[in-house]
Design a binder for this molecule. Sequence first.
Ligand code: HEC
Length: 115
Amino acid sequence: MMSRGRLIVAVAAAVVLAMAGCGGADAPIQNSSSTRPSEASIKRAYTMKCSLCHGSDGKLMASKAPDLSQSTMDLESRIALITYGKGTMPPQKGILDAATIRGIAEYIETFRELK
Ligand code: HEC
């Protein structure tokens, strides 16, 4: 049985490793700036580019868009999907910067209502 302190250290190390993996050389998109966009600008970008089909809470399902509150897609897949688009979902590459795309991909996870 691990002590609580050691467990936290192990979890923190795993998080650091996971984050290091995200910035790897084979990442599909490169951050042009290291500054993270503000929460407000991420929400604004979501409203402008995504809510048309997905709604402000992810549940609109217009134009055959899936309900984001039921999505189980992982973060890297969401980033790729938002960047390159799929079917009727338009690509955001060249429209939104990589940091904003990542921010939106993280933001929409707050819509999840999975049991
Ligand atoms: C024109 C309508 C439309 C717009 C705008 C749109 N989407 Fe989509 N979205 C779709 C459709 C349709 C799919 C299903 C694609 C497929 O699998 O063929 C989808 C799929 C997704 C998925 C995958 C969900 C899953 O679990 O399969 C995510 C995540 C997503 N969209 C996020 C976004 C974000 C973030 C934006 C804004 C940058 C956005 N979408 C803009 C229509 C749209």
